[in-house]
Design a protein around this ligand. Structure first.
Ligand SMILES: N[C@@H](CCC(=O)N[C@@H](CS)C(=O)NCC(=O)O)C(=O)O
Length: 210
């Protein structure tokens, strides 16, 4: 049994989607980051960086923060969605790390600029949009001739997909990136993704591109 501390954001949804895909029993605990609940001392004990997601594995008492580390942990624990060894394992980790260093921080920092404060900082807007388009281009090329990011469906897809689900916030037209669009729709239709997207509560339907 896993305790998942999460909120309705891309980083949080990565873990609920992975838990649903892996069929691991879990209890979701909502940490409302809009109400600063991530700064509560009891949460800081398991997530010293005051960010969601975090987990506690009740099987061994271990706590873990950072979504990339949690995905690797869950993949190793279940033997699912992360190959055990060899090049296939490192391809998955390679694209997981790409997400952790690229789309996560870059698109995440872009949301306040291009969605919530449009017109206030033209230089920042241009910079983030340029980087967003560069990242979408990289993903589009990686998905050329591949169904999933690292060939088989894996924790790399699960890490990237929730960030792409914010394409509207990012003012990205997915039709410009046909491989990304096709992959996005394939992943969106998975029942485990639909369930995991609605954790810890349903705030909207999964966004669908035109
Ligand atoms: N690198 C971290 C990033 C986590 C993160 O940025 N979480 C956001 C929500 S998506 C958060 O908890 N924000 C609260 C805050 O900024 O205080 C991870 O991948 O787990």
């Amino acid at each position: 049994m896993i305790d998942l501390y999460t909120w309705t954001t891309p980083n949080g949804r990565k873990i609920s989607i992975a838990l649903e895909e892996m069929g691991l029993p879990y209890t979701a605990h909502a940490i409302d980051i809009g109400k600063d609940e991530q700064f509560k001392p009891e949460f800081l004990k398991i997530s010293p960086n005051n960010r969601i997601p975090a987990i506690v594995d009740r099987d061994n008492g271990m706590s873990l923060m950072e979504s990339g580390a949690i995905l690797i942990y869950l993949g190793d624990k279940t033997g699912k969605l992360l190959p055990k060894s060899g090049e296939k394992r490192y391809r998955v980790i390679e694209w997981l790390m790409w997400q952790m260093g690229g789309p996560g921080p870059m698109l995440g920092q872009g949301h306040p600029v291009v969605k919530y404060n449009k017109g206030k900082a033209p230089y920042a807007e241009e910079r983030y949009l340029k980087e967003a388009h560069r990242l979408y281009g990289v993903l589009n090329r990686q998905l050329e001739g591949r169904e999933f990011v690292a060939d088989d469906y894996s924790i790399a897809d699960i890490a990237i997909w929730p960030w792409i689900s914010r394409f509207e916030w990012q003012t990205i037209d997915l039709n410009q990136y046909p491989n990304v669009k096709r992959w996005y729709l394939t992943v969106a239709k998975r029942p485990a993704v639909e369930r995991g997207y609605a954790v810890p509560k349903k705030v909207n339907e999964i966004p669908m591109p035109a």
